[in-house]
Structure formats: C-alpha cells, structure tokens
Design a protein around this ligand. Structure first.
Ligand SMILES: [Zn+2]
Length: 138
C-alpha cells in the first residue's frame, strides 16, 4: 500500500521481502548490510619486547679481563701510564669479543707484552695474566 511518508515524500514501492515501508528513503534509508558495522579493533595482544633483559654479548663482567687489569694497574699506580692505558685498551678490546682465532691470539699476546711493560718493576699482587691466559712458566 503505497502512500506518503510523514515528510510528504512518496514511499518507494516495496521490493523484496520484509516489512512494507512506512517511510521514504530519506527518512528511513535502506539499511546498509553490515556496512558501517563497527569494526572492532583487533585485539592486539601486546607481547613483551624482545628479550632485552638478556643481552647476549655483554662484555666487561666485573672481574673480567678489563676489570682485573685495571685493578692490578691501579694497585700499583700504573693505570695512567701509557703502557697501562694501552693495556686497558687491549683488555677492553679483547673483552668485546669481536676478535676471533688468530686475531684474538695476537691481541692476547700484545696485551701480555704491554701489561708486563706496564707492570714492570712492580710486585704483582695477583697474577692476572697467568690466571687468564694460563700458566706462564719462566
Ligand atoms: Zn520521509
């Protein structure tokens, strides 16, 4: 039963199943199918950030090569001599762990030499070098 909407417009003829229109297209727009249905934001599960609590390569553990070298040098006031500083630099480099194989071996040799020079004339309180690189006889 076509008629007029309350607004005065003609009610369009009913098409398809469903209740007959009582209002025109303007007053009662065709219901969009799912369009505009609230798309719920996907439940984003926030994962904890990647394991930063476990840095894989953290050098310079207390008491490591650098720490013990510095302690030994400082104990004899040699930590601020050129050789002492160089020894610390080498120790830090070794501790960084970026050297491998022959490169590390060469660095270690250099470190021993420099540290020995830095410590020359002192009485070692702790044998850092032997403790780390193995017993040195002689
Ligand atoms: Zn109307």
């Amino acid at each position: 039963m076509a008629g007029l909407c309350e607004c005065g417009r003609a009610i369009p003829p009913q098409v398809g199943p469903g209740r007959p229109r009582t209002k025109c297209e303007e007053c009662s727009p065709t219901r969009p199918r799912n369009r505009g249905a609230k798309t719920r934001p996907a439940a984003v599960v926030r994962l904890p950030p990647p394991a930063t609590e476990r840095p894989q390569e953290t050098p310079a553990a207390p008491g490591g090569l650098l720490g013990t070298t510095r302690a030994q040098l400082a104990a004899h006031g040699r930590d601020e001599t050129p050789d002492g500083v160089l020894a610390l630099t080498l120790a830090a480099s070794i501790e960084q762990g970026t050297h491998t194989g022959s490169s590390l071996a060469a660095l270690a040799r250099e470190f021993r030499t420099v540290l020995a020079a830095a410590m020359e004339g002192t009485t070692p309180t702790a044998d850092v070098i032997d403790g780390i690189f193995g017993s040195k006889t002689g």
